[in-house]
Design a protein. Sequence first.
Length: 277
Amino acid sequence: SSSMSDEKREDVQENVDVELDEDEEAMLRQRSQTGYATKLARAVSKKEKQGVTTPMTSLPTTPQLPIGHMSESIRSFVEGNELFRKIHFQQHAEALVESIKHGQHPKALFMGCSDSRVLPDAMMQVRAGDLFVSRNIGAFVPPYTSSSAHAGTTSVIQYAVTILGVSDVIVCTHSHCGACAALYNINAVNEECSQLREWLKLGTRARDLAMTALPADAPRDPVLRTTEKLVAVVQLEHLMTHPYVKRRMGGGTLFLHAWHYTIETGEIHYYDSAEHD
């Protein structure tokens, strides 16, 4: 039966110190009958009783979940994982095992764009455990607010700065960024993407600065490259509105960096505030 026995329900309630009313019980019972996550949870329970640690299928075996199929793209990813386990993982296995024993201690928080052509680990040839990474559309950083708005990004900043104690935060934009180009026509963004439209507003100040700095008839490419670089610097200003960032910067234990990665050459350029004083 998919419903809990009275005895098990009492055990659960005792453990979590929560009493469920009839409507809540009915809702949980309904949820227990559907959904991929629920089916996996059932499998975990069943496998645990059999002494098996996980019911999920190891790659490169064909995935068993009914929500996908082995397309050519996925097949190449599976083959890549096999190669990773044989070569790359072996090179970093000792460091990874140590990180399990002692926890992670990344050197920097890397805040970059979700663009599939931006590869932080490869760009800097870092080791496993060196970077704590946050990526989103445009590499934008929301200014500090006490509300839960944009918590997906701000919680990463909080964790990296206050818990992990990284010494550096890198905001890295890149050439040919679709988000930066979209800043010049936000209203053209698909109406279904209302959250994306709102998110892009975090880059409008950089757009306005670029338009002020360059002639009105400036070619499109220089305008976009300038916008991308200004986006990185504006995000540093946003970072400095976060009290925990400001506090550690004041104590000389946290340093901020604005980078721009050129996809077509692999080069990284950085902003030097002293150069522009």
